[in-house]
Design a protein around this ligand. Structure first.
Ligand code: IPD
Ligand code: CA
Ligand code: CA
Length: 273
């Protein structure tokens, strides 16, 4: 199927899953929460939404495999791969904070071809396919044009599980507090990336994310004219568990700050098990 048509179908599927999640948001009871690992929460809402998405994607593209957060379908090594987070921002969802999204990406032989991030409570659908400009609810979007960190609003996610990341992270945070307009931690990496794609945020960085958190959003940033990398500058940001995104100039400045703080930290990134 042509990517444009596929993208339209994925938008519909995201919105259907989003409608289910929105309905459950108003009914949700803390008793439904399960703890997967430290500070990693899940409920039947994440799992049901994932099953809905997987079934519908199987119908429209039977040859593609899956890499999903909730593992409701066996992980695949197929050439075409759906990378799915049915509910990015589960902690927000559980605590009644209305910022969370459906995130669906499609990869072919390691290269992203399509991405949809649907921010449910704002009914904002961010999308892109290879060859297209990224869109928000059907209108083209672009990364910000701000040239320096001093004029920028930067998004991040706090380490909540791998705590040896904290010392270099705090140094970077301290620098950014003093040299930007502000920092936001809104609790959904997919939304952070989508907002970077449309210029609301000038940059975003986070340690320890999974491919399903970033695949769709990162592609939408790229197709909106943005740049992404790992903290080493490498382009393994989907599987590399560290990501930074923004326009070219902000990314360059942010990369320098992060690298400087990581190299001077007594506790280098990724040294724990
Ligand atoms: C989380 C969100 C959050 C990020 C976490 C992710 P989840 O995803 O993207 O912003 O800081 O690292 O795990 O668990 O809500 O799908
Ligand atoms: Ca996630
Ligand atoms: Ca999730």
């Amino acid at each position: 199927m042509e990517l444009k048509l596929l993208s339209q179908s994925v938008i519909k599927i995201s919105k259907t899953a989003g409608a289910f999640i929105r309905q459950q948001y108003f009914l949700f009871n803390e008793k439904n929460v399960e703890v997967k690992s430290l500070n990693s929460l899940v409920s039947f809402v994440d799992i049901t939404a994932e099953k809905m998405i997987v079934e519908e994607l199987k119908n429209i593209f039977p040859d593609a495999g899956f890499l999903t957060e909730e593992k409701t379908v066996e992980e695949s090594k197929a050439e075409w791969l759906w990378i799915i987070d049915p509910l990015d921002g589960t902690t927000n969802f559980i605590h009644g904070i209305p910022t969370f999204a459906v995130s669906i990406g499609l990869m072919h032989k390691g290269k992203m071809k399509l991405g949809v991030v649907y921010e449910i409570m704002r009914d904002e659908c961010f999308s892109a396919y290879k060859g297209s400009q990224s869109q928000l609810n059907g209108k083209p979007i672009y990364v910000s044009e701000r040239k320096t960190l001093v004029d920028s609003l930067i998004a991040t996610g706090f380490p909540y599980e791998k705590f040896d990341f904290i010392p270099p992270y705090l140094k970077t945070l301290s620098y950014l507090m003093q040299h930007t307009r502000g920092i936001r931690r809104i609790g959904s990496a997919a939304v952070d990336l989508a907002y970077t794609a449309c210029g609301r945020f000038d940059g975003f960085f986070e340690y320890n994310l999974n491919p399903w958190d970033v695949a769709a959003g990162a592609f939408i940033v790229q197709q909106a004219g943005g740049q992404l990398s790992c903290f080493s500058g490498s382009d393994n940001f989907i599987f590399g568990r560290e990501i930074m995104a923004g326009n070219r100039l902000i990314n360059r400045e942010l990369l320098q700050v992060i690298q400087q703080n990581n190299s001077t930290s007594t506790n280098a990134i990724g040294t724990n098990s």
